[in-house]
Design a protein around this ligand. Sequence first.
Ligand code: AMP
Length: 558
Amino acid sequence: MTTDETTTFADLGLRDELLEALAGLGYEEPTPIQREAIPRLLEGRDLLGQAATGTGKTAAFALPILQRLPSSGRGTEPVAMILVPTRELCMQVSQALHRYGRALGARVLPIYGGQPIGRQLRELQRGVDVVVATPGRALDHLGRGTLTLDSVELVVLDEADEMLDMGFAEELEGILAAAPETRQTVLFSATMPARINAIARRHLRDPVRIQIEREVPGSGESPLVRQTAYVVARAHKPAALGRILDVEAPAAAIVFCRTRDQVDELTETLNGRGYRAEALHGGMSQEQRDRVMGRLRSGTAELLVATDVAARGLDIEQLTHVVNYEVPSAAESYVHRIGRVGRAGREGAAITLAEPREHRMLKTIERVTKHRITVEKVPTTADLRARRLELTRAALHESLLEDELEQFRVVVETLTDEFDVMQVALAAVKLAHESSGPGADDEEEIPESAPLPAQQDRGPRAGGAGPAGKRSRVPAGGMTRIFVAAGRSAGIRPQDLVGAIAGETRLSGRDIGAIEITDRFSLVEVPEDAAKEVVAALRATRIKGKKVQVRLDRDGKP
Ligand code: AMP
């Protein structure tokens, strides 16, 4: 991986419409995977990339696809096909293509199971440039002749390991066979098991290989930095950050965001919460930046909300905390960021907010930096209240030691004619406490989000290996079992259940645990916090074309 940090999107050779779109979205510079992949894809090379969610891999393949769209005279058949494991990813990738390709008028069609096929047919007839599809539904269209890949110049397999985990190997082979041999092929996968390498050998021509998990020089050298992560759903991130900052009470902190827009938005939110936060990003003049830095150094501001570009080279002596509001796009970037605290033997803290899907990137960072990141729970309102009382106590303690208090004696003495000294003290503490900031009482609890655990962490998927009709195992920790009233005699295979769950819920194949299939019924382990969602989704859908009775496996009996 190149360490050249000054590469811009323009340096990568992208066309103006795309550069404008990226600037409009507040992207300041390419992520490492984008720096590596985009020029090679523009040259027409095949690519085998190991990259997880959070690295910016979507733009790494989406931008080269959009680059090749002719400005006019486009046909009706797609020139690119992107295969993804889940409906959720299908929509995310389609939205990204829309955002980047708006000025080009890119026609992007998501195709996934569970969506009415009529709309997809109409769009296909009208003409599309890029199809983003789950393998089952794509093959379905190919079989019906409603989708042809004759004009396809580029095929992307995104999250290929997940697609294999979900039993889509045959579908992938079928789809790749239907695309012209002269096409370019891109394969992204978070892991590189032998099966992925085998697919790459068969279908990729002399691919460029990109791996972003290299060891980072200089990592493992910040023993004084406490490294913590919180797993929080996107919607709760601003509130969670506010709470974490309340409990940590940093003297001076820098909060990193990915884009300019995020920097501006978060600065406003934090100011609304009563912090003195300042924005710092590449869209600001040198004079504006100097002013912001001056305010941080003098203590007028306590939080700096910044992008990597803007914060590069800044050395802020009083910094106690580095916060990653998003998981950084590469371990290098994590190491650079946290290198700003814990200098010269001082203690510091690095805090990372990760979304449940980004747990793999956290693991990668741990592995590459050889540092453990402790996952902690977001402070509850009770934690917050306790912490605020502690701050009041500390302030009073300091005042008792240092302040000149005699002038207040007369107030206490007149009140003690009527009240007990303890009561007077309590009232004084209450006033001091209330004047120190807003209480936590008005805040709602933030629901807990567990990192979605990787399947390999939880033992093998049984796939009907257990003796028919017997429950051989108890669910793994954090998992619960779902009863599905259809089994071998109805032709149910593990991939049918995985496909149905991954297609209809936010879970991916990797999140699903052991599956036991007996003649009459099946049992599937899913993360406890997603169990209700899975039951509701499976009840609403069809498995192998049939409505099936589904419920939580409460009592160990079908
Ligand atoms: P991905 O790994 O493709 O899921 O992307 C993770 C997130 O990073 C998405 O929200 C993107 O919008 C964002 N992103 C991708 N590339 C960049 C970039 N160069 N600068 C800032 N944000 C980016």
